[in-house]
Design a protein. Structure first.
Ligand code: SF4
Length: 347
């Protein structure tokens, strides 16, 4: 792992008070809304699921699926409950790289005190250009219990964060549901943001219904050949991700913003990272969204692609994008009739 990355993460640990083994054991989870409080207007739907016992049931059901894991489209069958690591490198032991307030997310997620991010170690998509490869593919992180994850969520709420932002959560979905059940029992009431590559299984997403408030997806590829090349093994990326977006939208709808705070309360937010030489098939993505989701679907067209990890082995993606390439991506979205575009780069 690069020294600079280690230092940056160490700083985040310190700033967030996240010295897992010591700090989280000392959290008492107390909150103005304590255990056994009734649901109040405006509480996220997962509070009701917790009170009904459904959140725990769902978490336990997903946990059993780690026996021969099929939690992501890899379906690799790893015996995670016996300690075997899957293609994503995860076994049943939860590993977390960092947690803390994050101010670099979309404005609708940040507010005054930041988005309460929790970065999970490991990832199933295995992108050759991943900017977080130390965490997603090289195993940087610390072992953490489900209880500690729940306490982390409560700690982020106490710090005034706007939401719980779960980054690369899919392979730890069972742990997350059980941790959320614990945190809800001790007063967690923040919206839950599921920050995913979008390559989600259709038979897992129902477990997240009324649990996740905001799906924050990264719709990476519009064509399978490119997905297979830059995310090896994700040959079905397009079909799987399209279906997942339909299901996610069905659950949470178009993004809703609290007019008083400007913060996202519920809905689908789509990111798309523009890459050099249009290896992402951006026009296909935008056309599909325009034809299958509401025209005012929130789309963040991102310009910050930086060649990292193994990008140097692929000359066509081993540079940043040009103004012209960014402009072409924006035009593709406009041509698809999309109206809720959030632009970062020069037009
Ligand atoms: S989540 Fe990991 S272990 Fe489970 S199917 Fe996907 S790659 Fe395999």
């Amino acid at each position: 792992m690069k020294k600079s990355a280690i230092i940056a993460l160490a700083v985040l640990f310190i700033l967030s008070g996240c010295q897992f083994q010591n700090h989280v054991h000392n959290e008492n989870g107390n909150n103005s809304k304590g255990a056994n409080m009734q649901t109040e207007p405006g509480d996220p739907p997962y509070v009701t699921l917790h009170q009904q016992g459904v959140l725990k049931e769902r978490g336990e059901a997903l946990w059993q699926r780690m026996d021969s894991c099929d939690l992501c489209p890899r379906n690799c069958g790893a015996r995670r409950l016996e300690g075997e690591r899957g293609v994503c490198q995860a076994n049943s032991t939860l590993e977390i790289a960092s947690h803390g307030p994050h101010f670099g997310e979309e404005a609708e997620l940040v507010g005054n005190n930041g988005s309460g991010t929790i970065f999970f170690t490991n990832c199933a998509l295995l992108c050759v250009f991943c900017i977080n490869a130390d965490i997603s593919q090289r195993g940087y992180g610390r072992v953490c219990s489900v209880h500690q994850l729940g306490e982390m969520m409560l700690a982020l709420q106490r710090r005034g964060c706007s939401n719980i932002n779960l980054v690369s959560p899919s392979h730890y979905a069972p742990h997350i549901l059980l941790a959320l059940d614990h945190a809800a029992s001790k007063g967690l009431r923040l919206p839950v943001v599921y920050n995913t590559c979008g390559w989600e299984k259709a038979d897992v997403l129902p477990y997240l219904d009324s649990v996740v408030d905001v799906y924050l997806t990264d719709f990476k590829y519009g064509c399978n050949a490119q997905a297979a090349k830059y995310s090896p093994g994700a040959d079905d990326y397009v079909e799987v991700t399209r279906q997942a977006h339909l299901l996610m939208h069905e659950q949470v709808g178009t993004l809703r913003i609290d007019s008083a705070t400007g913060l996202a309360t519920r809905g689908l937010m789509i990111r798309h990272l523009v890459m050099p030489n249009d290896v992402t098939c951006t026009r296909e993505i935008m056309q599909w969204i325009g034809n299958n989701l509401p025209k005012d679907t929130y789309i963040n067209i991102m310009s910050q692609y930086t060649p990292m990890h193994r990008a140097k082995d692929f000359p066509e993606i081993n540079r940043r994008i040009t103004h012209h390439e960014y402009r072409q991506a924006v035009e593709a979205a406009e041509d698809a009739g999309l109206t809720n575009l959030h632009l970062q780069g020069p037009r």
